[in-house]
Design a protein around this ligand. Structure first.
Ligand code: PMP
Length: 415
């Protein structure tokens, strides 16, 4: 077929999709109802005789700022830190990240000479493509974002090291170290070590280590992730890292448990302020999560069930892309071993058009640009694919639509 014939055929196929009146939402990495069902026991596992913690604390009442001792012990294992290095918080780790940034801006962090908001222009390193809500936190506080290229090992560390060594106004970096949102890569040992060891001009530099997908494997042999807390301690930078995590994508999204881990120095400072903010988080939620998981093996068993639901969805995205696009040079995509996303790159300049065309055909995708600071992808090529919510069949259809849009956008731009 000639190029013109190929384009005409793609356009006819696109029109047929539009005529189907599709309505598919792939905008966010929401768990599917079948995944939420895996944790329904949470709704019944507490009863009138089971609301007390191991030490007799009545979990219906106020108190216990940093979490039940058994919850701290459990989630310390989960995050691979010591129990006294964890605070078990509310329902959203994003909330903890926003608050950690706010505290640093208002009060400073241990090692800071003054609050960040009194230090003139503050800058932050943003590996991209990355998580849009991280970038929104910076934007909200007027923190200048510096885009760092993501490699398949993690952020481009040559660039990171060069920048942080020279500029004391760079106060930190966002990291999603495992199954990075959206590329799905896991940071290499070298990257973790470099982050822990690198000299920084700012004495109060912080790594915001968002390990949201810590146990969210799609394979049986997950690649290990080096322990950032150990690496920071070994480098003499114990205060450098704040670790975040949550059970949002283990149990109920938005009704799970959020976690903050950091050195005792950092946690003492955080707790001074958190104690003004709340009398304590929801201990009944902690209790029921502990009952539901039992132990770490119980948590891992839940994650294997999630993988059983998610893997066919990821496979379907990849299969359609391979069938439709592998023989062309129109797009490239990641093949993650875990997490919630696949990162798709069109030819430069076309992501916005592809997302708009897909929307017209009834397939809503995350906005083009969302994976970059200020929602602006300098190359306008990255699209985040979130396969968790739709069914496998819906994904087959949605990805066929996206592939068709990519072909049309690419071939039209050649004409
Ligand atoms: N961090 C990352 C990297 C995420 O992808 C998400 C959810 N999409 C969150 C944090 C949000 O977590 P939480 O529900 O605990 O606020």
């Amino acid at each position: 077929m000639s190029n013109k014939q190929l384009l005409d055929a793609a356009k006819a196929r696109y029109q047929a999709f539009c005529d189907e009146g599709l309505s598919l939402d792939m905008t966010r990495g929401k768990p599917a109802p079948a995944q939420l069902d895996l944790s329904n026991e949470l709704l019944t596992c507490l009863n009138t005789s089971g609301f007390k913690a191991a030490d007799g604390t009545d979990c219906r009442n106020y108190g216990v700022l940093d979490g039940l001792p058994e919850a701290r012990a459990f989630f310390a294992q989960y995050l691979e830190v010591a129990p006294n290095e964890v605070i078990v918080g509310g329902n959203a780790s994003l909330n903890l990240m926003y608050d950690a940034m706010t505290r640093a801006m208002l009060f400073g962090v241990p090692g800071a000479t003054s609050p960040w908001c009194r230090q003139g222009k503050i800058k932050w390193l943003c590996p991209a493509p990355g998580y849009d809500r991280h970038f929104n936190v910076c934007a909200d506080m007027g923190i200048e974002m510096i885009t760092i290229e993501m490699t398949d090992q993690g952020p481009d560390m040559d660039e990171v090291k060069r920048l942080v060594a020279a500029d004391a106004s760079i106060k930190g970096i966002w990291c999603v170290p495992r199954y990075s949102n959206p590329t799905g890569i896991t940071y290499s040992d070298d990257v973790v070590d470099a982050l822990a060891q690198m000299p920084t001009a700012a004495p109060d530099f912080r790594i915001f280590w968002d390990n949201a997908y810590n146990v969210h494997h799609l394979t049986d042999n997950p690649k290990p992730l080096r322990n950032i807390m150990d690496a920071c301690k070994a480098a003499g930078h114990a205060d450098r890292v704040y670790i975040f995590g949550s059970t949002s994508k283990i149990t109920f999204a938005g009704a799970g448990i959020a976690l903050l881990a950091a050195s005792s120095n950092n946690l003492a400072e955080a707790k001074r302020h958190i104690s003004m903010q709340t009398i304590g988080s929801d201990k009944l939620n902690q209790l029921r999560h502990l009952k539901f998981f039992g132990d770490m093996d119980g948590l891992r068993a839940v994650m294997r069930k999630h993988a059983t639901i998610l893997k066919p969805k990821f496979d379907m995205v990849l299969q359609v892309f391979r069938d439709e696009l592998a023989s062309t040079d129109l797009a490239s995509w990641s093949e993650p071993e875990g997490g919630y996303f696949i990162s798709l790159d069109t030819r430069p300049g076309l992501a916005g058009k592809v997302v708009a065309m897909a929307a017209t055909a009834g397939v809503k995708l995350t906005g083009a640009g969302a994976t970059y600071p200020h929602g602006k992808d300098p190359q306008n090529r990255n699209i985040r694919i979130s396969p968790s919510l739709p069914s496998v069949e819906e994904i087959r259809k949605a990805m066929a639509v996206v592939s068709t849009c990519i072909k049309i956008a690419s071939w039209e731009s050649e004409a």
